[in-house]
Design a protein around this ligand. Sequence first.
Ligand code: HEM
Length: 418
Amino acid sequence: MATAVISNPDPDRFVYDPFAPDVMRDPFPYYKVLREKYPVYRLDQYDAWAIARYEDILKILTDPQAHLTTTEGTLISPSIMRRHNSGKVPRPRLNPIDMFPNLPSPYYEQIRQAAIGPLRPFAVSQLEGFIRDRVQKRLEELIERGRFNATVDFGGYVSSGVACRLAGLPLSEAPRLLELVNRSTTRNPEQGGPSAEFQHTTAQLVAMLADLVRSRRKAGADGSNKMVDGLLRVEIEGRRMTDEEIAAHLIVIMVGATETLPKVVAAGLLELWRNPRQRAEVIADLPTNVPIAFEEMLRFGAPAQWFSRTVIDHPYTIRGHTLMPGHRLIILFASANRDERVFEHADRFIWNRKMEGHLAFGYGMHFCVGVHVARLEGRIMLEELLRRIPDYEIDEANARRVISDFQLGWMQVPLIVR
Ligand code: HEM
């Protein structure tokens, strides 16, 4: 039987559980208490520690004394976390090989490097014309409709098309990719972790991407599709990977490329609508101001709440707490981005705030591979939308957030064309 997952934001009777329904609906009051009173917070039930402050996250992800692994995943599900490790951490799975973020060196670097050709800065800069064209054409269609969901109809449409282009899938597959990604990433609203949809939608994604890999293998993998051909050439312990293994690596990239950015853009449009003066200031000089405003949208509204790591080999002490081998870390990037020690009035959206840097794309070894394409796409979407519909309205009463322990954010932002 499922265990009740409880939480309580009262600082004196505080209980934080990332999978509690109350936390999944609105984790920010919990993050505030964690940062103030319990910056390194023990979750016995998951053999884990939540790390809430910006400074501590930076330290832990870069300190050579902190030996961390991702063999349990960078997003460990609650069912796995409930099994204590007793010091030992599962060994990496090499046959069939696990998806690359879960692998240790040198396999992790080998596969990541082989896949990211189209995500490097120069390759991404070549996508500007394609993205602008897709955004402009889509906006014409949506303006005709008069009302649309900024997250899915606009952001999702653009980002799924860009994802197809990066992997070499036909653009006609973009709607199916978007639908499968959005369904596969929904979370269980009562218990957290993957929803009942996860397994069969992931299987459909594997099938779709394995078809692509098969066709590139048949074509001789001559390098004309940088991402898939790059992966086809990788040898792990003397063997090439199967179509399905490569498809699993591609899923990580396709999900990243399709899921996150639309929520950031839609949340950003909502904040600009709530703050008309800020909207007017951004619109006054779009090419200069949009890239600045987009960084604040990332800090304020990036949907990924946390990623995980597992301590290996040596105990690690931080703020008087000793993290033992086998313990998991719940690294609360979203909390760090609201840390008052780093960002003045952290809970306020201020489009041109002074900012050294946010953690919306993570930090250190697993830093987001899609950072350049996300920034380019975000900039173009916002520039074009604010140029074409500067006085848009939002039907806030019908805006909906997802309930999720992971990718929280606005899944439905009804935008009205004026
Ligand atoms: C605004 C948009 C985006 C945000 C906020 C975002 C955020 C993040 C974060 C926080 C991580 C770190 C995970 C960790 O520490 O374990 C990450 C990793 C990753 N992101 Fe993104 N991402 C975005 C867009 C993209 C795009 C466009 C792509 C692909 C084209 C992508 C692909 C990935 C992949 C594959 C990883 C795993 C990297 C690794 O483990 O080495 N992301 N992303």
